[in-house]
Design a binder for this molecule. Structure first.
Ligand code: ADP
Length: 550
């Protein structure tokens, strides 16, 4: 097997297709082929020529092979040119014999070596050497006629074609190799860039101040940075063998989330959401509040291919909100008792008919403002109710009378603000509702409409009864509310930027209370508004609870 492999590589070297050939192998191969040709001739019954040119050529080739052996290795490469020309001369010598045989074909080998070494110049060299060393001496000896002459004339041609063929083939091979090397270089550069980008992305992923988690299309975890890992390990402490939801709680910090409701499960179903608040961990000393947002990624066909979640630590914010709630509750409770006492004593004082008129007037102002304070405290306390549920006491109530009374009371404020106030309402509209709460709704909406109107503006209040519902509309042509602010309008303590900028008084509780009251009645509140053009608030109560009086 090894012998076959070695012979194969020797033949390969002989035609010089691999890398750098060994001139010793070239010359040995050439000599062997000469010998083989002579042996075949003898075996075929063709006698070697009388002039002994072929044995002499074999002897010369053998001597050359031996001589090459002694050439020091650094010079061997250069020796190939000399060997090639000498071998053509040896062929010339052999072809001086009268028997031509197949010897002439061996000119291909030195021609290949020259072509391989010098390209087109090698082809010229091969043609010149064959012409000078084979064709001309042959023709001189054998004469210019007959088959031998044609055969000799063909020698330079065969040598030239062989040299050109190998040189052209080499050019093609070289440019293909150059292309391949360029391609390899580009590929290596691209790989390096990708690797660098991967490292950068990983560094950004890990250094991000928010927790990040990536899921694949099946909802399996693809990657998670350290920060998100911290939240997860608080929910699923190691060694407890917990599975989702583990110790994951809703925003109230008490209600345990269901496995289906944890953000990763929702994102895996393709849901997208923002600011989903939850608590990770059960230990009050170490638990963290997290706000999670999720977005899904879509493939080219628009299908779901994965999701990304971002979790921000909002523990400080949640604690601050809790402290604020506690503070507000405390202050409201503490204010309630002295306020009740003030209201009581002022009303006793007002019953004293001997008081001078100006004192009665001043006491009335005290009474009005104390009542305002009492309402404010009541609102604040109402907001502290868990879940914001508003207890309603339904009685048979005339909404028409309530709206009329509220608008009448607001008349003074409207006049002071230079706002025209109008009302359209049925004279009576009897329904089952909480009269006190409904009055609160009308008061809040009408006082807001006046407060946020400009001098010379107008506020229209309308109460309508429809087949299936009752609708209260309060419209103004005041400052209006931007789209961004409209989204937060019913959030506790929210005040639009415009209200702040214009220093209009308020604490941002009225609308959130109004919404709670309306929803406790099974109704809904809607708003249309445009900055600078005004606002329209619509309260719709379903007829199931707002039964119309006949
Ligand atoms: P407050 O009026 O005490 O600030 P509300 O809860 O009643 O609180 O209203 C919340 C915010 O909504 C207000 O601060 C104001 O910016 C905006 N707003 C409410 N009603 C109107 C209105 N009719 N026109 C313009 N802005 C309004």
């Amino acid at each position: 097997m090894r012998l076959v492999r070695r012979s194969g590589s020797a033949v390969w070297q002989l035609v010089w297709l691999g890398g750098e050939p060994d001139p010793r192998v070239l010359q040995l191969g050439f000599t062997l082929l000469l010998v083989v040709e002579a042996c075949l001739r003898v075996l075929g019954g063709v006698p070697l020529s009388e002039g002994r040119q072929v044995p002499a050529a074999i002897a010369a080739a053998t001597l050359l092979a031996a001589a090459v052996w002694w050439v020091p290795s650094p010079r061997r490469r250069a020796a190939i040119t000399v060997i090639a020309i000498l071998d053509i001369a040896i062929l010339g010598l052999a072809l001086l014999s009268s028997e031509d045989g197949g010897l002439g074909l061996l000119v291909v080998l030195p021609a290949l070596w020259l072509g391989r070494r010098y390209g087109e110049r090698g082809a010229v060299l091969a043609v010149g050497a064959s012409l000078a060393l084979v064709t001309v001496p042959g023709l001189v000896v054998h004469g210019g006629e007959g088959a031998a002459a044609t055969y000799l004339a063909m020698m330079p041609l065969i040598a030239g074609v062989s040299a050109v063929a190998i040189s052209a083939g080499l050019d093609v091979a070289r440019s293909a190799q150059a292309r391949a090397e360029r391609g390899e270089c580009e590929l290596a550069r691209a790989l390096e860039t990708i690797r660098a980008q991967q490292h950068t992305s990983q560094a950004i992923f890990d250094a991000a101040g928010v927790g990040l988690m990536l899921l694949d299309r099946d909802g399996h975890l693809v990657a998670m940075n350290e920060r998100y890992g911290d939240f997860v390990s608080l929910s699923l402490p190691e060694g407890r063998g917990l599975t989702w939801p583990g110790d994951t709680f809703a925003a109230d910090g008490v209600t345990l989330l269901r496995a289906d409701d944890v953000p990763s499960a929702r994102a895996a179903r393709g849901e997208q959401f923002d600011d989903f608040r939850m608590w990770s961990g059960a230990d009050p000393r170490t638990r963290r509040a997290v706000s999670v947002s999720a977005r899904h990624a879509e493939g080219e066909d628009g299908g779901f291919i994965g999701a990304a979640l971002a979790g921000t630590d909002i523990t400080d914010l949640m604690q601050a909100l809790a402290v604020k709630d506690q503070f507000v509750a405390l202050v409201s409770h503490e204010l309630r008792t002295p306020l009740t006492s003030i209201v009581g004593y002022v009303s006793i004082l007002l019953e004293d008919e001997d008081l001078p008129a100006h004192v009665i007037k001043q006491l009335a102002v005290v009474a009005r403002n104390t009542e305002r304070l009492q309402r404010l405290v009541a609102d604040l306390l109402q907001e502290q109710q868990p879940g914001g549920a508003m207890p309603v006491e339904r009685t048979r109530t005339d909404l028409g009378a309530i709206v009329r009374e509220c608008v009448q009371t607001a008349g003074t404020a409207a006049e002071r603000a230079g706002v025209e106030l109008s009302l359209r309402s049925p004279s009576a509209l009897w329904v089952d509702a909480d009269a006190h709460r409904f009055a609160q709704v009308v008061d809040n909406l009408v006082s807001n409409a006046i407060k946020y109107s400009l001098r010379g503006g107008r506020v229209d209040v309308e109460l309508r009864a429809r087949a299936t519902e009752v609708e209260l509309v309060v419209a103004d042509d005041g400052i209006g509310i931007s789209e961004v602010d409209r989204e937060e309008l019913f959030t506790r303590f929210f005040r639009a930027q415009d209200a702040h900028d214009r220093a209009i008084q308020g604490i941002g509780l009225g609308l959130s209370i109004t919404k709670s009251i309306v929803e406790s009645h099974g109704g809904r509140i809607e708003v249309d508004s445009e900055i600078g053009r005004g606002s329209e608030f619509r309260v719709v109560l379903p007829v199931q609870i707002a039964r119309l009086a006949s």
